[in-house]
Design a protein around this ligand. Structure first.
Ligand code: BG6
Length: 500
């Protein structure tokens, strides 16, 4: 890995404190940073280097998975950080920054390999990128890359203008769009899991799979982010990016490996049909973990009349040789009963089910978080002749698993864009979502209530029930009962072919 300069805009923000600095520190402890490495932390607040280093040392203790006990390592790591007060709209600030970066590069003998990370509100992405280019900061001898965080626009048109603005400043191959779900180790392992198990490869297709369910449920509510979230909602905050990326990662296969082709193969949902394929919800007060929780509209900063969705579920089908006819059900929501991100593959049920002691369906469940495990449910015959569904369970040791940002920053430092979102995927995701957003704008999609601490609005069950299925709720290692999913029989399963 080349010695590098890491230039962080928004260095005093929450993401920097919780994720970016702890990730850099963990990489440093594991010897994964270049030997010569300089961090330029930029923000509006007037810190000096010492104060800022103290602030970072304190947050490493709180947020690094490696803890904050190793004082000498923390001192070594933070010594690589220089803080600069910056007005991101003032060209003079960029000239000062350029002088500081060049001076440090000369001191350390760095080849001028620069990584610019914009951890700032999206409206600043374009202008900052342009200032970087115009000031000459982007003309580094060893190359310059730009990392940005979502949201990448708020609809198809604004995403396209953002991309245009960024493209004026950086060539597309040097723009790294972070989707931190792509940095989650189990998501990165999906392909290896399938590729290294021919038995899985053989059954993950429309001959054997009845449906695929992708869930990202959260217990947190809107927290202190009402200003952003009330304008975004679950579709823009989670669905367009994380959930559709999970879909692409799950559905790609050896014949169609390119994620772009997967999302491009999703049957478009027409505006008039959006309410049929999408269910939206908003949490009202309820109990979660024994505590009374306020409803979304009562949360600080939220418009008391808000119609922003905090839950979204959708049904997608793909025009793809392997998946044609298999519905993908996707849902995400806040203030649900538990934190769980998982992919459940429900296999077809070839049994004529008359009694409940018959074999259950097979399931493949990939738990992405908080557990990182794979369960495969099979049926075993006990000695007494009874059929028992059992789950084969493989779990990795959470303490040893790197965080998403560590893996992604490590890749960005090496210039490896494999696990970053690519512009075409982002654009195609917005394209799929746009008629749905239009339908919502025109009041064509109802908003359902769901109590905090619940599984979401019961209306979301309809998306599956229409095809004879049911959501597979978290089983926590217990085998799923035979009657759990869509036991109205295989006939309904066949009808799904008509969907889309
Ligand atoms: C972020 C969203 O991108 O992802 C948040 O803006 C959400 O609203 C978060 O809470 C979830 O991330 P994770 O890694 O906790 O599942």
């Amino acid at each position: 890995m080349q010695a590098s300069a890491f230039v962080l805009f928004g260095a005093t923000g929450d993401l920097a404190k919780r994720k970016i600095f702890p990730a850099l520190y963990n990489l440093y402890l594991e010897g994964k940073l270049p030997d010569r490495f300089a961090v330029f932390a930029l923000g509006r607040k007037p810190f000096n280097d010492d104060l800022f280093r103290l602030h970072i040392a304190e947050s490493l203790g709180r947020f690094s998975r490696k803890g904050g006990q190793n004082a000498s390592a923390i001192a070594d790591f933070t010594a690589s950080i220089q803080y600069l007060t910056m007005d991101a709209y003032d060209p003079k600030s960029y000239l000062r920054l350029k002088i500081a970066v060049e001076r440090r590069e000369a001191e350390l003998g760095l080849p001028g390999n620069r990584l610019f990370y914009l951890s700032v509100a999206p409206e600043h992405f374009g202008p900052i990128a342009l200032h970087i280019r115009e000031s000459g900061l982007g003309d580094a001898a060893g190359g310059a890359r730009l990392i940005i965080e979502k949201p990448f626009g708020r609809d198809l048109a604004s995403a396209r203008s953002l991309n245009e603005a960024l493209s004026q400043a950086f060539p597309p191959e040097d723009i790294f769009y972070i989707d931190h779900y792509l940095g989650k180790p189990m998501v990165q392992n999906l392909q290896a899991l399938i590729a290294s198990n021919p038995v899985l490869k053989a059954v993950l297709n429309n001959h054997y799979v009845a449906n695929v369910q992708i869930t990202a449920s959260e217990t947190v509510g809107v927290e202190e982010r009402a200003g952003y979230y009330d304008k975004a909602g679950a579709l823009r905050d989670m669905f367009q990016n994380h959930m559709l990326q999970l879909l692409m990662m799950t559905a790609r296969h050896s014949e169609v490996y390119d994620k772009r082709k997967i999302i491009d193969s999703a049957y478009p949902v027409a505006k008039e049909e959006a309410a049929h394929h999408v269910v939206l919800g908003q949490y009202v007060s309820g109990r979660l973990d024994g505590r009374e929780m306020a409803g979304y509209r009562e949360e600080p900063g939220v418009d008391p009349q808000s119609v922003t969705e905090t839950y979204a579920a959708a049904r997608l089908t793909l025009d793809d040789p392997i998946w044609r006819g298999v519905p993908f059900y996707i849902r995400t929501g806040k203030r649900l009963s538990e934190k769980s991100t998982r992919i459940v593959v429900v296999f077809k049920d070839p049994m004529e089910r008359h009694t409940s002691d018959q074999p259950a369906r097979n399931y493949l469940i990939v738990h992405i978080q908080p557990d990182q495990s794979v369960d495969f449910q099979l049926n075993l015959h006990g000695l007494n002749g009874e059929i028992q569904p059992v789950q084969l369970h493989f779990a990795s040791d959470a303490a040893e698993v790197p965080e998403a940002y560590e893996l992604l920053l490590y890749d960005a430092l090496r210039g490896d864009a494999t696990f970053f979102a690519h512009w075409d995927e982002i654009e195609l995701s917005w394209k799929w979502m746009q008629p749905i957003l239009d339908a919502i704008e025109e009041g064509l999609v109802p908003l359902h209530d769901y109590p905090a601490g619940s599984l979401g609005p019961p209306a979301a069950d309809r998306l599956l029930a229409e095809q004879g299925f049911a959501w597979v709720e978290n089983d926590h290692g217990r085998a799923l009962e035979p009657a759990v999913a869509g036991e109205q029989g295989t006939e309904k399963t066949r009808k799904e072919v008509a969907i889309g």
